[in-house]
Design a protein around this ligand. Structure first.
Ligand SMILES: *[C@@H]1O[C@H](CO)[C@@H](O)[C@H](O)[C@H]1NC(C)=O
Ligand SMILES: *[C@@H]1O[C@H](CO)[C@@H](O)[C@H](O)[C@H]1NC(C)=O
Ligand SMILES: *[C@@H]1O[C@H](CO)[C@@H](O)[C@H](O)[C@H]1NC(C)=O
Length: 247
């Protein structure tokens, strides 16, 4: 009896340390992207305010009008990098990278090949700095053509996925999920998310909540061990979206 208790002692002492070691660090979210992620018109702020659990935090660095090139030229990427350094000891730092809406414009000075290279460079720089990049395919526009969403970000989507797969990095296919949802609810219902009348690119505050939920659900579904514990679920909203009903 006495002997067996003594034998158990080292194990018992070791247990608390092991549990502490395994505890999941909270996440610091850094959002990089264009206006479809940015404050006032994108999903980013709603993501930070409605989907992340207590203890986690983040900053929405996305900028209206930004391409993969102008985001760096304008110094915003530097700010993301600085934040990785600042928060990586206390948090697991994840950086979402979602571009394409402006890169695709003929005036952007960014070819599809450069867009691809720029995304890959950004993702690798995040990893080198001690963060974890998440490549996000561009949020769909809600413009319909012949009864279906006009999928005019398909090249950018394909390239974003190509980079993530080639570099073995995290990704979510937001373009596919948002296109599926918008097709399911139809043009009239989708217009309820318009930032302003006729603006089918940017989202109003409720549109932000809905698309942020899609982002969050994709993250949890793809990487449950990393994100489930640090996410606040909204079962009602997720079920409505999944059923293809207008939220
Ligand atoms: C994509 O859609 C936007 C907004 O409707 C439009 O300005 C742009 O010309 C389209 N681009 C392509 C490649 O179809
Ligand atoms: C995708 O790229 C191809 C090849 O450059 C081009 O012909 C096509 O118009 C592009 N599609 C869209 C939707 O931008
Ligand atoms: C959760 O979903 C419900 C129903 O769709 C919605 O009314 C509510 O605003 C959502 N709450 C958050 C925090 O997203």
């Amino acid at each position: 009896m006495r002997l067996s208790l003594l034998c158990l002692l080292p194990l018992a002492l070791a247990a608390p340390a092991a549990i502490v070691g395994r505890a999941v660090k909270p996440v610091y979210w850094l959002l990089a992207g264009d206006s479809t992620t940015a404050t006032d018109g994108g999903w980013g702020d709603a993501f930070l305010s409605t989907t992340i659990a207590k203890g986690s935090s983040g900053h929405n660095w996305a900028k209206g009008g930004a391409s993969t090139k102008s985001f760096r030229d304008g110094g915003y990427w530097k700010s993301v990098m600085n934040d990785i350094k600042k928060y990586k000891d206390t948090y697991r730092v994840y950086v979402t990278i979602q571009f394409g809406h402006n890169d695709q414009k003929t005036t952007s000075g960014v070819s599809l090949a450069q867009y691809t290279t720029n995304l890959g460079t950004m993702a690798n720089e995040v990893a080198t700095a001690g963060g974890i990049p998440i490549l996000v395919t561009p949020l769909t526009r809600r413009t319909f053509k012949d009864g279906k969403v006009n999928e005019n970000l398909s090249n950018e989507t394909a390239k974003t996925l190509e980079v993530a797969k080639k570099q073995s990095q995290h990704f979510i296919d937001l373009n596919k999920a948002s296109t599926t949802y918008v097709n399911a609810i139809g043009s009239a219902a989708a217009d309820k998310y318009n930032y302003a009348s006729g603006d089918r690119t940017h989202v109003n505050p409720w549109g932000g909540v809905v698309f942020a939920r899609i982002v969050s659900d994709l993250l949890v579904a793809s990487y449950p061990e990393e994100f489930k514990e640090v996410t606040v679920a909204n079962a009602t909203l997720s079920a409505t979206i999944k059923a293809g009903k207008a939220a």
